[in-house]
Design a protein around this ligand. Structure first.
Ligand code: NAD
Length: 344
């Protein structure tokens, strides 16, 4: 039996990994702390380490893991912007779960929009207090409005299908558009100008960092709704706050936040929050924040556990690492994986 260790463990992760571990002949040591420079030493003696979206896997962490014998970082998520690939290259292989349930994320994006627009969150608390007033609960019909989708990959495409079911006119921006699709692609500028609602479904890269900023916001319609279920740093939060205060942005649905690492997934209800931007954003009546939970369905948790354990099994059995991502792959350079089973 091979042993792996697991950082940033939550009970819901453990439930699904425990169900499948014997099938993959893997023993798991669960650690509660996030992986980072201060905790990386805990992985000593484990060849494979399982990590998640808010772990800090920069050069320092990678070097500590490497010196202590780690050869594989298995990300139990799709995004991998928190891993320093350059530092990991030639030292530690990095695998991920490329898709576990794009439906989970796309459905959550729509759930946030419907909640915000029809003020369900406010109605829920009102009626529990026997307050049956409708004042302040007016929404708008989604039917006939224009939805701008940024990123038409797995999640973006499903979100587009859901939007079409509501009678929204969908336009999209993606530098790599799907060929021969029925999606109406426009430039980013056109998308900003024409959309009543904008939803982000692109990865966080150096090109998409702060894609939504004061310049792109300036191009948008007054009162536009913004949905972000991708990565927090796609939006410049300070610019978002200013635009909310100026009522240029009419509402925001945020499942992610650029400074979420120390906050999200934890109960901070007894803590003084020092992030004034987040505190102010959360205080707005036209903002809904969820704590990076768009992925959280039974199906997604099962698929995450299955693919992560399968990735680890492939590594231990010296099989092709199908889901490996590395520095040279990310630059689009030729990769020897097909011949050598691994990226290096
Ligand atoms: P994907 O790789 O299938 O699609 C991403 C799309 O973005 C691709 O079509 C790509 O061409 C496009 N893109 C790349 N650069 C772009 C740019 N500069 N502008 C616009 N589009 C660009 O990824 P996916 O599975 O659809 O996931 C999308 C993102 O959702 C992930 O990167 C991840 O950050 C996020 N995500 C969030 C959660 C959550 O729980 N909130 C869960 C899973 C994924």
């Amino acid at each position: 039996m091979n042993r792996i260790c697991f950082f940033d463990t939550k009970q819901y992760d453990k439930t699904y990994f425990e169900l499948l571990k014997e099938q993959y002949n893997i023993e798991i040591e669960y650690f509660e702390p996030k992986l980072g420079p201060k905790t990386a030493f805990m992985a000593k003696g484990y060849e494979a380490v399982v990590a998640f979206v808010n772990d800090s896997i920069g050069e320092e962490t990678i070097n500590i893991l490497y010196e202590n014998g780690t050869k594989l970082i298995a990300m139990r998520c799709a995004g991998y912007n928190n891993v320093d690939f350059k530092a990991a290259f030639q030292k530690i292989h990095v695998v991920r779960v490329p898709a576990y349930s794009p439906y989970a994320v796309a459905e959550h994006a729509m759930a946030l929009l419907l909640t915000l627009n029809r003020k369900i969150h406010r109605a829920y608390t009102r009626t529990r207090d026997f307050n049956f007033s409708l004042n302040g609960l007016t929404g708008f019909d989604l039917h006939g409005k224009t939805m701008g989708v940024i990123g038409t990959g797995k999640i973006g495409r499903i979100f587009i299908d859901i939007c079409r079911g509501f009678g929204l006119n969908v336009i999209a921006y993606d530098p790599y558009p799907i060929k021969d699709s029925d999606i109406r692609y426009v430039t980013l500028e056109e998308l900003c100008k024409e959309s009543d609602i904008i939803s982000l479904h692109c990865p966080l890269t150096k090109d998409t960092f702060h894609l939504i900023n004061q310049d792109t916001i300036a191009m948008m319609k007054k009162g536009v709704y913004l949905i972000n279920t991708s990565r927090g740093a796609l939006i410049n939060s300070e610019d978002l706050l200013e635009a909310l205060k100026a009522e240029k942005i009419g509402g925001a649905c945020l499942d992610v936040y650029e400074e979420e690492t120390e906050l999200f997934y934890e109960d901070m209800s007894y803590t003084i929050i020092h992030d004034d931007v987040l505190s102010r954003i959360i205080s707005m009546p036209n903002v809904i924040v969820t704590s990076h939970q768009a992925f959280l369905t039974k199906e997604a948790l099962h698929n995450i556990a299955e693919t992560t354990l399968s990735n680890c099994r492939d590594y231990f059995d010296d099989k092709v690492l199908q889901n490996e991502v590395c520095y040279q792959c990310s630059k689009g350079e030729a990769c020897p994986r097909d011949k050598n089973k691994k990226c290096f």
